[in-house]
Design a protein around this ligand. Structure first.
Ligand code: GAR
Length: 208
């Protein structure tokens, strides 16, 4: 059967609310150029795996402490003919060697307006703690392509969110997710998959 949806793998570490936003977008038809084929967690007990399984998507753990971690992830991509990779709350920094060998677009969601509050060691709640401490009035989320520099690749989409006077890092984190991350991540995945499908058609290639 001829397929016109790019095969997407999602790498996760924790709760998986960004994964859920993509699964919901797929269900509602907002994400129509890509198909989530595979979810891999880098640590045991990641709730994201349950979300994937509930949606009928193949999901398993490959422990980040395994010496073969990156090779096993690349092998899983090959086995499932993955074309696009999404880091959705994925907290392991991938090596330049992995990024080079992967050879597919890798998207990442970061919970700030890059270049603020980003880079190695800046992830999850730490980002919002830094934003509240610095007293910024605007923060937000960024979707970017991954290259060898942590949070340094080309920016695809950004959305700003106002910081409120009485925000705690936790309240800010929640609002940034709701108003920015869950909105722009599915959009960026759709953009990249649509472009990939168009280019494949232009080359006259079918995909099965
Ligand atoms: C999200 O806020 C995501 O932006 C952040 O971790 C959270 C994961 O939530 N990622 C990073 O900080 C990466 N640098 P989720 O597991 O519920 O999607």
């Amino acid at each position: 059967m001829l397929r016109d949806r790019a095969k997407v793998a999602v790498l996760v570490s924790g709760g998986g609310s960004n994964l859920q936003a993509m699964l919901d977008a797929q269900e509602s038809g907002k994400l129509k150029s890509g198909q989530i084929e595979l979810v891999i967690a880098d640590r045991p007990g990641a709730y994201a795996l349950e979300r994937a399984q509930k949606a009928g998507v193949k999901a398993f753990e490959i422990n980040r402490k395994d010496a073969e971690f990156e090779d096993r992830v690349l092998k899983a991509f090959d086995e499932h003919a993955i074309e696009v990779v999404v880091l959705a709350g994925f907290l392991t920094i991938l090596s330049p060697k992995f990024i080079k060998h992967c050879g597919k677009p890798i998207l990442n969601v970061h919970p700030s307006l890059i270049p603020s509050f980003c880079g190695a060691g800046m992830y999850g709640l730490k980002v919002h703690e830094a934003a509240v401490k610095r007293g910024v009035k605007l923060t937000g989320a960024t979707i970017h392509l991954v290259d060898a520099v942590p949070d340094g690749g080309p920016i695809l989409l950004q959305k700003a969110v106002k910081v409120q006077k009485n925000d705690s890092p936790e309240s800010l984190q929640r609002r940034v997710m709701e108003q920015a991350e869950w909105v722009i991540l599915p959009k960026a995945v759709e953009m990249v998959c649509r472009t990939m499908n168009r280019e494949r058609k232009q080359r006259g290639e079918a995909s099965f």
